[in-house]
Structure formats: C-alpha cells, structure tokens
Design a protein around this ligand. Sequence first.
Ligand SMILES: C[S@@+](CC[C@H](N)C(=O)[O-])C[C@H]1O[C@@H](n2cnc3c(N)ncnc32)[C@H](O)[C@@H]1O
Length: 343
Amino acid sequence: MTQARLTRPRMYHRTKSGRIYVGDSLDVLRTRVKDKSVNLIMTSPPFGLVRKKEYGNPPAEEYLDWFRPFAKEFRRVLDDQGSLVIDIGGSWIPGQPTRSLYHFKLLIMLCEEFGFHLAQEFYWWNPSKLPTPAEWVNIRRVRVKDAVNCVWWLSPSPWPRSDNRRVLQPYSQSMKDLLENGYKSMKRPSGHEISTKFDRDNGASIPPNLIALANTESNSSYLRYCKEQGIEPHPARFPADLPEMFIRMLTDVGDFVLDPFAGSCVTGEVSHRLNRKWLCAELVEDYVRGAVGRFPTAGKGGTQNGRTYQEGKNQYQIFRPGALWNGFDYEPLQKDGGRKRRV
Ligand SMILES: C[S@@+](CC[C@H](N)C(=O)[O-])C[C@H]1O[C@@H](n2cnc3c(N)ncnc32)[C@H](O)[C@@H]1O
C-alpha cells in the first residue's frame, strides 16, 4: 500500500456538516481551526508502540516530545468548557515483561504542562483482543492478555459541559430483581450503608467508567466499500460506539467535533449521524480514500439500538455504553458544566 505523506493539508472530502483533510493535523489545526472553536476533540493518536506499526508510531520514549505541539494546538482550539478525549493503548518495554509508563506520562504532561484537568479516566475493555505479547502471555504464561485501553477525558475547565443522562444503560438482572422484590437496607463490605432510596426505579442505570466493547467489525459498509475499491482497511480502527458515547455525553447537536488522528474517520461518521459539525485530519491518503466510503450511508442508523446482550442472573452484566440511547431530543448541556445544582 502506498502511504503518501503530504506536507500541505488539502481538503479531500466534504459533507453538509464536515470535512476530511489529508495532511499533517498540526498544519490543519494551525491553518484551518480557530481559537476556542472546538467543543470536543475525540481521538486515538498513534500509540507509543515498541514495534513500529505501519503508519509510523513514534517510539515510547520520544512520545511526549512528539505530542507537545499537538497538545499546544488542542489547548488553543478547544472551547473553555470543551473536552479532549484520548483513547490510548499501553505498550511493553522491549525484552522484559513490564510495561511502559508513556501513556500515564502523557496524561501528567497534559495536566501539568498544558493546564488540562482530568475530568475522568475511562478504561475500554475489548473482550475480543488477541492474547499478546505471545512470549509473556502464551509461551512463558507470566502475564495475562492486555485487553484494556486507557481513555483520558480532559478539559481546560474543571467543569466541562457534560450530561450522563444521555448514555444510560439498561438495569442488570440483579437490579431488576431488587426493584421487583424490594431491598433490605444493610451495610456493604465497603462500609456504605445502602438505604431504601436505591430501590427507586429510574428506568435505567448510570454507566461506569469501564467501557466494554468488542472490536470485531467484519461486515460494515466501510469494509464493503474498501473491498469494492481494492483499499486496505485501516488496521487500528476503534468501534463507533466508543466515540458515540463521548459525542453524546459531551456535545449538543450542532457542536463542533474534531479528530486530528482520524484514520478511517469513525469519529466523522458518528458526528455526521448525530448532527454535529466535524473535521477529520489524517496523514495517510490511502486511509482517507477508504474513509470516504463511510459517508453515503452514514445517517441511516448504523450502531443505534437493537443490540442483544447476554442475560445472566448471577453474572455482572456489562452493556455497551449508552445501550439505551434512542434518538430522543435532550435538553442542551448546562453552560456552567454542572457547577450550579439543578433542582
Ligand atoms: C490509531 S490510528 C486512528 C484510527 C481511527 N480512530 C479509526 O478508528 O480509524 C492513528 C492515526 O493517526 C494518523 N496520524 C499520525 N500522525 C498524524 C499527523 N501528524 N497528522 C494526521 N494524522 C496522523 C495515522 O496515520 C493513523 O491513521
């Protein structure tokens, strides 16, 4: 596959609400994005992998230096109450079964050097991840499979605009049983007293910061389009439900979402479907050629409702984030990020 690297950004595709640029996103940010104009940066940068991936990941030790100019631009373009959400995988130190700290260092750098606040850390568990690295996991059996990415949710403000009511999940079976049979107030092992107010049926539950999503897309319109056009699909796509959770929770219709490391433009596709304005920038033209295939069909539903999930009585159930989202119009996000208590 040819991997054309351009020095000047050029607009590659446009829809009524968004644009895809091919080129270095630093140039795109510097020349195309105004100060404080972005409500959400939703992205998955190249990870600091020890073995370089085909699109040229910087090695872990150079990662912070590589990231600094992007961090400066992210700070400039983000609205004061906007959010920066970074999906980032960990990596192993070469030759030994221990982990690099680069993604934690990135988080600390963003907060301490660039003045971001950590609104919350999330963990994306991909149950379908293969067991790697083989040497430590399959052969010597001294480590378990690494199946979790960190997702850092940051903001220039301690009060980013946000509303968790947009990403509710169905109740677990045990909660349904509790609602049906009532609850005897008692102390939890944690010492918390659970009072009877917990047996009120609010219709749905608030999701935790563990996001369970298998990354097993095998028959999407994107993949079909790539096949028809003879384009190799992007090798490190995230599932659409991941950006969807944050776009729903952190932006209103009409807000502006940016993905500076866009790959196959999943963020653009979800933003398009949810009627947000969006901009995607990607260095490698072949990835963008495939990404264009997302747009004729976007808006026709895609990853909406209708998923089935395993009902296990004694098992903790993990729903995909926002398993209940249903296209209702919600009230706009609070301008003060929740500083003032709602009555
Ligand atoms: C982890 S992938 C993103 C995948 C994407 N989230 C998706 O689901 O398709 C990171 C992408 O960043 C791109 N990239 C790396 N450096 C870049 C830069 N300076 N400007 C724009 N894109 C860049 C890589 O080519 C790669 O496609």
